[in-house]
Design a protein around this ligand. Structure first.
Ligand SMILES: *Cc1c(COP(=O)(O)O)cnc(C)c1O
Length: 398
């Protein structure tokens, strides 16, 4: 397939005059979502009421959507399910992983991980009370810490701040040599770059759908377990919808046969309908094309900023194979600069303490937006227009 970028872009409702470089944080609205949600409210919830669970197959949505996400992450059919948020899915994967290695006590993660992953891990360790230890090392040091004491590693493939990308296949192979269970967080990978969880042989992968998969704020997360273990792992969160037969209303929990055991409670069907629409872009877009164009646009952005904004230092690896699909720069006034950019219609975001972050999303971005972003960024820095106190007032979400 050769992706037609005019066609993919036409599927998104982007605010007028805005260069939206924040699709790594919240993907934009697919144009077909409002009508789909209206139909869902009117024809399904409105007319069918509770009948929607059967007649509109709401109850099957987590599995059906899992099968649509599976090809994007290189997973086989029926190995992915959806629900909850990513924090919950991280907890489920890690707890299942620790039970697979009952004699080991260490969990390895890195300082590039998103804090919620680390918080959830520490919460789990405290709840278990069995002396597990979360070892958080520099990203470059991970491989050196994969020894026989480690039960599991829990890594995010692409660093949310710098965009640095781990070598998933190599680290997983290294982990397996030492008998370590591999958990990959694909929050900044799914929909941004080709992933092959099957080839990597990783035991678990999790990710969210509201970033590069455009499901909208609060969209459900996904979880994958390798098929040979999916039927034996023990769910820490034994919700009724992960039961083998929820409508038997058994007083005892018995997990569903495969990945469905990682379901917890009632699926968020409105969000899932939005995700179902958002995934339609993958019927006309090829993830390899997306990756190639993201690299080209990212290189263009890096070169443009290097030529016009010497005060900004690149925080992202210049080598395309070592980065995901975002480009970040550091500047001590990063927050104010980003607010000034947003006021001029260039939307990226800021991550403390000093990172300006720009998502490169070829499904709906091209060279025009990249060039405009460079031009406006250069002007804001040259004129120091970001010095305005209005740009220093911190919002709750940065
Ligand atoms: C975005 C992100 C999350 C968000 O978790 P939620 O529970 O969905 O809010 C978690 N982990 C990583 C690595 C992320 O990038």
């Amino acid at each position: 397939m050769t992706t037609d970028w005019t066609a993919t872009r036409a599927l998104f409702d982007l605010p007028d005059g805005v260069a939206y470089l924040d699709g790594n944080s919240l993907g934009p609205l697919p144009k077909s979502v409002p009508a789909r949600l209206a139909a869902m409210l009117g024809d399904e919830w409105g007319r069918m009421a509770i009948g929607g669970w059967n007649r509109a197959a709401w109850m099957q949505m987590p599995a059906a959507l899992g099968n649509r996400i599976a090809p994007l992450i290189g997973a086989a059919p029926d190995t992915v399910t959806l629900g909850d948020t990513l924090s919950i899915k991280v907890y489920q994967a890690l707890s299942a992983a620790l039970e697979m290695r009952p004699d080991r006590r260490k969990i390895v993660s890195d300082t590039g991980n998103f804090p919620t992953d680390l918080y959830m891990a520490r919460g789990l360790v405290d709840t278990l009370g069995r002396g597990h230890e979360l070892v958080v090392v520099d990203p470059e040091e991970v491989a050196a810490h994969l020894d026989d004491d480690v039960a599991a590693f829990m890594l995010t493939e692409v660093d949310y701040r710098t965009g640095r990308k781990h070598d998933m296949a190599a680290l997983t192979a290294r982990a397996h040599e030492a008998g370590i269970v591999a958990i990959w967080d694909l929050a900044h990978s799914a929909g941004a770059l080709p992933i092959d969880v099957t080839a990597s042989a990783a035991e678990f992968a999790v990710g969210c759908t509201y970033k590069y998969l455009n499901s909208g704020p609060g969209g459900p997360a996904f979880i994958y377990a390798r098929p040979d273990i999916a039927g034996t792992i023990r769910p820490a969160l034994q919700g009724w919808l992960g039961h083998d037969a929820p409508f038997d209303f058994d007083l005892d929990y018995r997990p569903a046969p495969g990945i469905a055991r990682m379901r917890v409670g009632t699926p968020p069907v409105l969000q899932m309908a939005a995700l179902d629409e958002a995934l339609k872009v993958w019927e006309i877009a090829d993830i390899h094309d997306v990756r190639a164009r993201a690299i080209a646009l990212g290189d263009r952005f890096i070169a443009g900023v290097a030529a016009t904004c010497p005060e900004l230092s690149l925080a992202t690896p210049r080598e395309p194979g070592q980065r995901g699909s975002q480009i970040s720069f550091r500047h001590p006034e990063g927050y104010a600069i980003m607010q000034a950019l947003i006021a001029e219609g260039v939307v990226g975001d800021f991550r403390a303490p000093d990172i300006l972050r720009f998502g490169i999303t070829p499904l709906y971005l091209g060279t025009d937006e990249i060039d405009r972003a460079v031009e406006i960024l250069a002007r804001i820095i040259a004129t120091r227009s970001y010095d305005d106190p209005a740009f220093r007032a911190r919002n709750a979400v940065t």
